[in-house]
Design a protein around this ligand. Structure first.
Ligand code: GUN
Length: 283
C-alpha cells in the first residue's frame, strides 16, 4: 500500500479561505489584524521564514511589519523594540524569529512579549497554560500538526502516538496536544535507546529531530500516519525532512512531504492566531 499524501499547502489554503470571513468581519468593525515579526541578524533560513510570514499576512489581508535589527544589537535595544510593539495598537501579534544570536538571552526576550500578543505561544504564560489546557495561544507547528491529523480524519483518541524530538517549540507542545486529545504518547529524543523499536509501535508518528533520513522504512508501522517536521538543507542544496520519504511512503497510511507538508500549516496557524488576537482586542 502506498501512503496518501497530506498536502499541507492545499490544506493551508482551506485555512486561509475560512479565515477570510473573520478578517472581513474585523474590517467592517474598523480593525485590521496586525503581525509584527522581529528578525535579528542575517540567518538566511530565518529571513526566508520571516518573508513567508509577511507574504502570508498580505495575502490574508493582515497588516504586517518586519523589524530588522542588526546581528550585534544589544539586549536593551531588542527589549525596547518589544516594549514599543506591546504598546502599539496596530500590532495584535508579535513574533521574534528564532534562533537569536548567541549573545542575546532569548528566554527573557520571549517573556517580555505581552501574553495576549504572544501569537507564537513561546512565552511561559502560554507554554505553562498549555499544560493545563488553557493557553491564550498554542505554537503554530503543533497546531498545524493537529489540523493535518484532523484533515486526514485520523483518530487521535486512543491512538498510540510517538513524538521524536523534545524541543520547546515543537516536540513538547505537540505531545501535550496529543495527550489532551486522548492519545497515548511517548516522546523520544537523541538519548532514546533503540529508537526504531519505539517508533514502530506508533499509529501516529511525529518527527521533529532535525536529522535527515533519521526515520527509515523498517522503523514505521504499516498504515501509520507520519508527520515530518524536519526541514534539512542537504549538500546538494535540496530540502529533505527527517523521514526517508521515498521508502517510508510505500508502507505508511498517510505521510507529509517536505517541503509542502507541515511548513505551510505552521504559517497558516500563526496567521489564525493573529486574527484571534485581533478579535480578542475588541472585547
Ligand atoms: N524558529 C523555528 N520555528 C519558529 C517559529 O515557529 N517561530 C519563530 N518565531 N521562530 C522559529
Amino acid at each position: 500500500m502506498t501512503a496518501r499524501i497530506l498536502d499541507g499547502a492545499a490544506i493551508a489554503r482551506g485555512v486561509y479561505a475560512r479565515l477570510g470571513a473573520r478578517v472581513a468581519e474585523l474590517q467592517d468593525a474598523g480593525v485590521r489584524p496586525g503581525l509584527a515579526a522581529v528578525l535579528v541578524g542575517n540567518d538566511p533560513a530565518s529571513k526566508v521564514y520571516v518573508r513567508r510570514k509577511a507574504r502570508a499576512c498580505g495575502e490574508a489581508g493582515l497588516h504586517s511589519e518586519v523589524h530588522l535589527l542588526d546581528a550585534g544589537c544589544t539586549q536593551e535595544a531588542l527589549a525596547d523594540r518589544i516594549a514599543a510593539l506591546n504598546n502599539n495598537p496596530r500590532v495584535h501579534g508579535i513574533i521574534v524569529q528564532l534562533p537569536l544570536p548567541r549573545h542575546l538571552d532569548a528566554v527573557s526576550i520571549l517573556q517580555s512579549i505581552a501574553p495576549e500578543k504572544d501569537v507564537d505561544g513561546f512565552g511561559w504564560r502560554n507554554l505553562g497554560a498549555l499544560v493545563d489546557n488553557h493557553p491564550l495561544f498554542v505554537p503554530g507547528t503543533p497546531l498545524g500538526i493537529m489540523a493535518l491529523l484532523d484533515h486526514a480524519g485520523v483518530a487521535v483518541e486512543g491512538a498510540t502516538a510517538v513524538v521524536v524530538g523534545r524541543s520547546t517549540i515543537v516536540g513538547k507542545p505537540t505531545a501535550l496536544l496529543l495527550i489532551a486529545r486522548g492519545a497515548t504518547v511517548t516522546v523520544c529524543h537523541s538519548r532514546t535507546r533503540d529508537l526504531g523499536q519505539v517508533t514502530a509501535q506508533a499509529d501516529i508518528l511525529v518527527v521533529a529531530a532535525g536529522k535527515p533520513g533519521l526515520i527509515r522504512d523498517g522503523m514505521v508501522r504499516p498504515g501509520a500516519t507520519v508527520i515530518d517536521v524536519g526541514i534539512n538543507r542537504l549538500a546538494d542544496g535540496k530540502l529533505a525532512g527527517d523521514v526517508d520519504f521515498a521508502r517510508v511512503k510505500e508502507n505508511a497510511g498517510w505521510i507529509t512531504p517536505v517541503p509542502g507538508g507541515v511548513g505551510p500549516m505552521t504559517v497558516a496557524m500563526l496567521i489564525a492566531n493573529t486574527v484571534t488576537a485581533a478579535e480578542r482586542s475588541r472585547r
